[in-house]
Design a protein around this ligand. Structure first.
Ligand SMILES: NC(=O)c1ccc[n+]([C@@H]2O[C@H](COP(=O)([O-])OP(=O)(O)OC[C@H]3O[C@@H](n4cnc5c(N)ncnc54)[C@H](OP(=O)(O)O)[C@@H]3O)[C@@H](O)[C@H]2O)c1
Length: 330
């Protein structure tokens, strides 16, 4: 059977452009024992993909090779199987790539329990939720009554970080790039305050929103929020460095804050990458499912349609054009 896939054929200079990709038609091969064929239904687009396209071999994961199908996670249906653990009609989640069909031996894939909708898997129970939980709960060690600040708050990770922190009894402040996103955070998700970081007077707005300072700063973006946040940190505060999207499409990374406050305030600053923590996925998935089923977590998906839509669509992440977890429905 013929199917379409998108290969990475060139590395980005600065921005992700259409000429980096080639749309190809491939042919499914006969399955070997232990293999199964998946029809992918939902594909995740993530900021980390920019890093995976770069030639950097000194990161937490190797780059996608030129000529290879672009790497991504997704959800799909098993349509043919020679593997008893993954029978026909089961739903699976894991790394499949920018492709309509994928053949697998099961490595890195999990069965999605019956009745769990694909968008809940993509928006909460896979990378966004696991990242939010690992960074906030395992590394940020939040305590009820403390104040959390999260940048990129209306994004897929940020919106979950804020809601988990609310569920754990913290005061939650978020920054986002549009007034609509800020309204969603306050009116729908229950954030105590959301600040449009593109408006005038970010420092003053943040100071007004955090009269008791900030105990945990969850960093998704870098940029001006980072400097303002650093100045609001309380003694023994924790800064969790999850992402720096404002620097992903720049030739020269921005200068960070001066380190003197790390000593004066006795701060802990910790970066992390989810591939180091896959062993905790079953435990964290259970916790996320609990938040979801008890109504403490809401989510929204920003869904594009058709494989080719990934090529331009991925840039919505870098313009702030995505309103929710960016997905491609195939
Ligand atoms: N460490 C890990 O294992 C891990 C795992 C997953 C994700 N991450 C990181 O977490 C962050 C959020 O990822 P996500 O998947 O949840 O994406 P997302 O927040 O759903 O989408 C990206 C958002 O980033 C914001 N943004 C883009 N350019 C910006 C800039 N120059 N300055 C400030 N904000 C900017 C935009 O929102 P606005 O409209 O608000 O500007 C955009 O909507 C990223 O940095 C990503 O790399 C890390």
């Amino acid at each position: 059977m013929e199917y379409k896939a998108v290969k990475l054929v060139k590395r980005p200079e600065i921005n992700i452009t259409a000429d980096l990709f080639e749309l190809v038609t491939l042919q499914t091969a006969e399955l070997k024992d232990g293999e199964f064929l998946i029809k992918q239904t939902h594909m995740s687009l993530d900021p980390a993909m920019k890093g995976w396209m770069m030639p950097d071999t000194d990161s937490y994961i190797l780059p996608v090779g030129l000529g290879e199908v672009m790497r991504s996670s997704g959800v799909g249906q098993v349509v043919e199987s020679k593997n008893d653990r993954f029978p026909v009609d089961s739903t699976v989640v894991g790394m499949m790539g920018w492709t309509e069909y994928a053949t697998s031996n099961g490595e890195g894939l999990q069965i999605v329990p019956e009745g769990v909708p694909a968008d809940a898997v993509m928006c909460v129970l896979s990378l966004p939720g696991l990242t939010a939980y690992q960074g906030l709960m395992e590394m940020g060690k939040p305590k009820s009554g403390e104040t959390l600040l999260v940048s990129g708050a209306a994004g897929s990770v940020g919106s979950l970080v804020g809601q988990i922190a609310k569920a754990e009894g913290l005061t939650v402040i978020g920054t986002a790039g549009t007034d609509e996103k800020c309204r969603w955070l306050e009116d729908e998700l229950g954030f105590d305050k959301a600040i449009n970081y593109k408006s005038e007077g970010l420092e003053a707005a943040l100071a007004a929103a955090t009269p008791n300072g900030v105990d945990v700063y969850f960093e998704n973006t870098g940029g001006p929020v980072q400097h303002a946040a650093f100045d609001r940190m309380n003694a023994h505060g924790r800064i969790i460095v999850c992402g720096m999207i404002s620097d992903y499409n720049t030739a020269t990374p921005s200068a960070g804050p001066n380190w003197i406050n790390i000593i004066r305030k006795r701060l802990t600053i910790q970066g992390f990458a989810m591939p180091d923590h896959w062993d905790k996925v079953p435990e964290m998935s259970g916790k996320l499912a609990h938040y979801l089923m008890s109504g403490q977590i809401k989510y929204r998906a920003h869904t594009l349609h058709g494989l080719e839509s990934a090529i331009d669509g991925i840039n919505l992440l870098f313009t702030g054009g995505n309103t929710g977890k960016l997905l491609v429905e195939l």
